[in-house]
Design a protein around this ligand. Structure first.
Ligand SMILES: C[S@@+](CC[C@H](N)C(=O)[O-])C[C@H]1O[C@@H](n2cnc3c(N)ncnc32)[C@H](O)[C@@H]1O
Length: 209
């Protein structure tokens, strides 16, 4: 069982220098999707390989995973995939990253760490201040995809997002994935595990209005 990283640790206050979209991607004008808490990035490698008209950006707090993912991108000469190391809250709150938020078509939070104990809830990635940052800078129409197998965490994230006036729920049953960042409904590693073990998945899509 892996040791969870405490995102509030002072180690993550300093963030790496964020390159421009031109430096990150072969075609900086392609649609941009951000996956927060992407782990080793396998999900994003699968997506980037098949959907070459999208750019994919992953943020992950475990440095080793990001180093390995960056090396794999370099080795395979993938031009529509980029990884950033650090606490996503700090990264997206940084002035350097305003351009990233402004250019996003969608964001996914796939199976974020649940931090079950109440005193640890503030370590959860989705926080009211974070949702405020997103609502202040995302373009209208940007989508947020949330998935988890923990009902309590789902309720907490759903409440936090819908408490912000600028996000509205979308009925995911009638959602047309074909034009989304994930037209083939590729599964994340955690999602595959959850399906194999017949656990519940709680998911929702929100749109910035
Ligand atoms: C349970 S794993 C899920 C990984 C992947 N999304 C999946 O569905 O298989 C959660 C991931 O989020 C990362 N993470 C947790 N808090 C984070 C934060 N504040 N910023 C960036 N990544 C974070 C963890 O290190 C871990 O890799």
């Amino acid at each position: 069982m892996r040791q969870h990283v405490n995102p509030l640790s002072s180690n993550f206050k300093q963030i790496e220098k964020i390159p421009s979209l031109n430096e990150m991607f072969g075609d900086s004008k392609s649609n941009l999707h951000l996956d927060i808490g992407c782990a080793a990035g396998e999900f994003l490698f699968d997506l980037a390989l098949f959907n070459t008209s999208w750019n994919y950006l992953g943020i992950e707090i475990r440095e080793k995973l990001v180093k390995n993912a960056k090396f794999k991108v370099f080795r395979k000469e993938i031009k529509n995939l980029y990884f950033i190391f650090g606490n996503a809250n700090n990264i997206l709150n940084d002035f350097q990253c305003k351009f990233i938020i402004k250019n996003l078509k969608s964001i996914s939070f796939n199976f974020p760490d649940p931090w079950f104990k109440k005193r640890h809830h503030k370590r959860r990635i989705i926080q009211p201040e974070f949702i405020n940052i997103l609502s202040n800078s995302l373009q209208k129409g940007t989508l947020i995809f949330v998935k988890t197998d923990v009902k309590d965490l789902f309720d907490y994230m759903d409440h936090t997002i819908t408490s912000n006036f600028y996000f509205k729920k979308i009925d995911e049953k009638n959602f047309n994935y074909s034009k989304s960042f994930n037209p083939n409904k590729v599964k994340t590693n955690r999602e595959k595990y959850v399906i194999d073990n017949q656990l519940d998945i709680f998911e929702k899509i929100y749109i910035k209005i």
